[in-house]
Design a protein around this ligand. Structure first.
Ligand code: DC
Length: 228
């Protein structure tokens, strides 16, 4: 079967990554979590003391970009993100990272650097990538694009359950909801590649859809496209 690239963009915690992972598995494609790449750079900046209350040390962070190597490996069937050869899968999912990542993702040099890597990962096709600018900037020619959203309370509840299930316990539902709203705002209003629905993206509202229904829907759209 001909291989294509599939872009999934949308709001924070709307279920994009769950759909993207399941779709990649079903198609035997590679899944790329572009948000994990922005989270990894944020972790690097925090660990190096490049972020404080007054802001980000842009000069140093931009100067260090070529030394920040991000990769993915499958461990026991689950994809893990590596930052300079260290497994950071747990560390990049903390609330501290969620609170700082939008500021880092706003930096044009960071975006240019990561977009290049993301385009390289998709060069041979057969990739499902999720993020905020995949259908608009990273793969504007992706054969199938989805834009995923859901009501903010549903998203906050799902994220809350996910955080608790993954041992990130020191967080309340309200804090999560507030962070989602703030990230949506910053992600949608930044100057460089804001979160936008590509004109040709298929809209999915996952508020009332089970994970199975979401997968069946996106899979049917992909198969329709491949068979065209
Ligand atoms: O998908 P996520 O919540 O893990 O993404 C973390 C942050 O990274 C999100 O708030 C916005 C940013 N991001 C981005 O700007 N562009 C992408 N392609 C992916 C994520």
């Amino acid at each position: 079967m001909e291989k294509i690239n599939i872009a999934l963009d949308g709001h924070s915690s709307c279920g994009k990554s769950t759909i993207a992972k399941a779709l990649a598995k079903k198609l035997n494609y590679v899944y790329v979590d572009s948000g994990a790449m922005y989270r990894s750079i944020t972790l690097y900046a925090l660990e190096k003391g490049l972020i404080d209350k007054t802001g980000i040390n842009l000069k140093k962070l931009i100067g260090d970009l070529d030394e920040i190597h991000i990769s993915f490996k499958i461990i026991n069937g689950t994809q893990h993100t590596f930052l300079n050869d260290k497994d950071v899968e747990f560390d990049i999912r903390t609330q501290r990272i969620s609170e700082n990542v939008s500021q880092v993702a706003k930096i044009p040099e960071v975006r240019v650097h990561l977009v290049k890597q993301q385009q390289f990962l998709g060069r041979s096709k057969g990739v499902v990538m999720d993020g905020r600018d995949i259908g608009t900037v990273v793969f504007p020619n992706a054969e199938v694009k989805f834009f995923v959203t859901a009501n903010v309370d549903v998203r906050a509840q799902r994220r809350y359950e996910e955080m608790i299930a993954n041992q990130h316990n020191h967080i309340t539902f309200e804090e999560i909801k507030q962070n989602l709203e703030e990230r949506d705002f910053v992600d949608s209003h930044r100057e460089t590649s804001p979160l936008l629905k590509a004109e040709d993206a298929i809209l999915i509202d996952t508020s009332d859809l089970s994970p199975e229904d979401q997968l069946n829907f996106v899979y049917s759209k992909v198969i329709e496209k491949i068979n065209k």
